[in-house]
Design a protein around this ligand. Structure first.
Ligand code: GDP
Ligand code: MG
Length: 441
């Protein structure tokens, strides 16, 4: 996978002491190949490599980073920039003014599913969505939308298959006005390939009703094709935002990297599964981290592997995966962390962890505090240690008493524990294994 390839590249960088211009060049040549193999658009790759090259050569290596980490940092930042840097929301009109959203895309891309997923998100935000069944071609398309709408508790407007999509759209908007819906999502028909008729149909909808947001749905599994599809749709009908589906599969991140760069249109959400809850906001920084196998965390992982007992580490990792990670393991992982030394230098390499958080964690790792934490944990029953979710207020009071601390200290520890657990979940492979991580998305 791309992330594995990049990891190999960075590994070879890290094994050197000083980064020369030649090193940067060699590394970027490999990065280029890896990106191309991941189906990233050729022009995007070229531009990407150029900007990293320009930044990397001749730049001061930051304090606390080795030259290899510095290149990772730059590659990571450039990936984020390439994908748009900021999170973009679907633009909605305020209050009771109706927002009309048209979904577009090829057949099978995930339009109908995503329509229902978005409806759920909008409902959570307090919007009143109405879904309109404008796919009159695909057998059972209307029924599929109705079933999904029902699951989400969202009304579906349909007129059967005897009307033109533009007319269905107009009638749906009238219905929305009459019934107090403020968001209408048009689920349109796709074809297997880009074709004139499909484009004309979408154009006709846009001519006859006021569409405020055109959202293109593309299948990430189609790689480079997804980018071509995005370009064509944007040229022909105009696109405001893109949703990339099926990122849960064995897909490479190529499409996510290229679409924004090539079309200039933001990615809004990513589809992470068939369930209607499997729609996630698109975060460029997260995507970049996942493509790089968690960015600088790679280094952290490597460092951790040098000192952590492999056996124990594997055990811990298994537990974390199965969410069985308890306080006993927490103690164990804290002592492992101590063995690794210089916790702040480790933490500073992690994307998304800032100075104040480092100070907080450093603080918690303080010897005296560690002893108090141990005291609290040893005042728990084995069952409580294994299963922290059973810690109710009366148990916490008892534990506080046993450890001779204030209950607020117990609460703080539980909170800290939950945070670490969450953090560790986001870092598959940290606690050992032979660098064998699942590749990206
Ligand atoms: P449409 O033809 O564009 O309306 O596509 P559909 O919504 O009917 O989806 C086609 C297939 O892709 C269905 O089997 C969906 O369950 C599936 N699908 C849609 N989105 C996702 C996703 O994010 N992940 C996965 N694994 N499957 C998806
Ligand atoms: Mg459909």
């Amino acid at each position: 996978s791309l992330s594995e390839k990049l990891q190999n590249v960075f590994k070879s960088l890290r094994s050197k002491g000083l980064l020369t211009e030649e090193d940067v060049k060699t590394a970027l040549k490999e990065v280029k190949l890896a990106l191309l193999e991941a189906d990233v658009n050729f022009k995007v790759v070229k531009q990407f490599v150029k900007s990293v090259q320009e930044r990397a050569v001749g730049q001061d290596v930051m304090n606390g980073l080795n030259p290899g980490q510095m290149v990772i940092k730059i590659v990571n930042e450039e990936l984020v920039a390439l994908m748009g840097a900021e999170t973009t929301e679907i633009a909605l009109r305020p209050g009771s003014e109706i927002t009309v959203i048209m979904m577009a895309g090829l057949q099978g891309a995930g339009k109908t599913t995503t329509t229902a997923k978005i409806a759920g998100k909008l409902k959570q935000k307090g919007r009143k969505p109405l879904l309109a069944a404008c796919d009159i071609y695909r057998p059972a398309a209307i029924q599929q939308l109705q079933i999904n709408g029902e699951k989400q508790g969202v009304e579906v407007f349909s007129m059967g298959d005897g009307h033109k999509p533009a007319n269905i759209a107009r009638a749906a908007i009238e219905h929305a006005k009459a019934k107090g819906f403020n968001t209408v999502i048009l689920d349109t028909a796709g074809r297997l390939h880009v074709d004139e008729e499909m484009m004309q149909e979408l154009q006709e909808i846009k001519e006859q009703v006021e569409v405020h947001q055109t959202i293109l749905v593309v299948d990430a599994m189609t790689g480079q094709d997804a980018v071509n599809v995005a370009v064509t749709f944007n040229d022909k009908i105009g696109v405001d935002g893109v949703i990339l589906t099926k990122l849960d599969g064995d897909t490479r991140g190529g499409a996510a990297l290229s679409i924004r760069a090539v079309t200039g249109k933001p990615l809004l959400y990513v589809g992470m599964g068939e369930k209607l809850s499997d729609l996630e906001q698109f975060y460029p920084d997260r995507m970049a981290n996942r493509i790089l196998g968690m960015g600088d965390v790679l280094t952290l992982i490597e460092k951790a592997q040098e000192t952590i007992d492999e056996e124990k580490a594997r055990e811990l990792e298994q537990k974390m995966k199965k969410a069985e990670f308890g306080f006993d393991d927490y103690l164990e992982s804290m002592s492992q962390m101590k063995k690794m030394g210089g916790i702040s230098s480790l933490l500073s390499m992690m994307p998304g962890i800032g100075g104040s958080q480092i100070a907080e964690i450093e603080n918690a790792m303080d010897e005296k505090k560690m002893a108090r934490i141990e005291g609290i944990i040893y005042s728990m029953t084995p069952k409580e240690r294994a299963n922290p979710s059973i810690l109710n207020p009366s148990r916490k009071r008892r534990i506080a008493k046993g450890a001779g601390v204030d209950i607020s200290e117990v609460n703080r520890l539980v909170k800290q524990f939950e945070q670490s657990r969450k953090m560790m979940k986001q870092m598959p492979g940290l606690m050992g294994g032979k660098g064998k991580r699942r590749g990206g998305f």
